[in-house]
Design a protein around this ligand. Structure first.
Ligand code: PBG
Length: 334
């Protein structure tokens, strides 16, 4: 904690340090760099295909070859990591989310293609079943109930398969209990000792995921809500318990999600544990900002950078954001 010296006005005039750009730069406490950005991409089948997502203006679903082009853009911009999310049509979904463990699914295809073309960029893949289940939930179900331990077994298989395709970071986003430990044990046993785990440790049952569910084709599918596994937005202490457990189970990095409504949680997590901590500026946050920007209600460049700087100030080491390429250009003044 920094101390706040007590000398009073006029000995203290806080505006002195703000008087000119050079001085503001000199005393600036936080910086935003391209190294802080993780760029989530949405994948679709086909070739040379880019498909707009109406609830996320400016974001498109990309076929694998287009995702490789996006990876090239990321490399050129200095963005360190891409996160991959597949769109799955209803015909390809089933109650078990079988496609999650198919080594030829879109995530594995894109991972292989991107790592082949650009081995220097990091690839992050979710461990979760919701892009593949006909009911849109992150786990297997028995009637209305989400089955924890049975789901964890599938997540382990999904993770191993994604790592075999070349994935660098497994990001369990399902919120089942014990999944980080199970995935870590399986990775060690298979010799994947360098695979990182970035757990969606404090993930809240949020209305801000709506546009993401449109993007991956889950919106129509999802029955009910995710409140038996994602966290209650009212809880902060519980978020620290979630994070503590994931660290104990072998997470290398943790995430708080969504971002802007949970900056207090982000701050507490970083202060308490001090390990690499990330914020996800989720689809609904993107949609709000993009919508207001498109209407001319908010200044695009400033609002994007300010929203991201807020995460840095709160304690984030980096941010998953759909603004990543735009922000990278703004940061590098391209
Ligand atoms: C799936 C997953 C979700 C997001 C990332 N992984 C949605 C959900 O839990 O329903 C949300 C990302 C976003 O809204 O941008 N497990």
């Amino acid at each position: 904690m920094k101390t706040n010296p007590a000398s009073a006005f006029p000995a203290t005039r806080l505006r002195r340090n703000r008087k000119a750009d050079w001085s503001r730069r000199l005393v600036s406490e936080n910086t935003l760099s391209v190294n802080d950005l993780i760029w989530p991409l949405f994948l679709i089948e086909g070739k040379g295909k880019r498909e707009p997502i109406p609830s996320m203006p400016g974001v498109e679903r990309l076929s694998v070859d287009e995702a490789v082009r996006a990876a090239e853009e990321a490399v050129n911009l200095g963005i360190p990591v891409l996160a991959l999310f597949p769109h799955t049509s209803m015909e390809k979904r089933d109650t078990m989310g079988s496609l999650a463990t198919d080594p030829n699914n879109l995530v594995c295809q894109a991972t292989r293609a991107i790592k082949k073309a650009f081995p220097q960029i990091g690839v992050l893949c979710d461990a979760a079943l919701d892009p593949f289940t006909s009911h849109g939930h992150d786990g297997l179900m028995d009637g209305e109930r989400i089955l924890n331990d049975e789901t964890v077994e599938v997540l382990v298989r999904q993770s191993l398969m994604q790592v075999e395709a070349g994935c660098d970071i497994i990001a369990p986003s399902d919120m089942m209990d014990g999944r980080v430990g199970a995935i870590r044990a399986a990775l060690e046993e298979a010799g994947h000792i360098d695979t990182q785990i970035m757990s969606y440790a404090a993930k809240f049952a949020s209305a801000f995921y709506g546009p993401f569910r449109d993007a991956i084709g889950s919106s129509g599918a999802l029955k009910g809500d995710k409140r038996t596994y994602q966290m209650d937005p009212a809880n902060g202490d519980e978020a620290l318990r979630e994070v503590a457990l994931d660290i104990a189970e072998g997470a290398d990095m943790v995430m708080v999600k969504p971002g802007m409504p949970y900056l207090d949680v982000l701050h507490r997590v970083k202060e308490t544990f001090g390990l690499p901590t990330f914020a996800y500026q989720v689809s609904g946050e993107y949609a709000m900002l993009a919508g207001a920007i498109d209407n001319g209600w908010l200044d695009r460049d400033r609002v994007i950078l300010e929203s991201l700087m807020g995460f840095k100030r709160a304690g984030a080491d980096g941010v998953l954001t759909y603004f990543a390429p735009v922000a990278a250009r703004l940061i590098q003044k391209l």
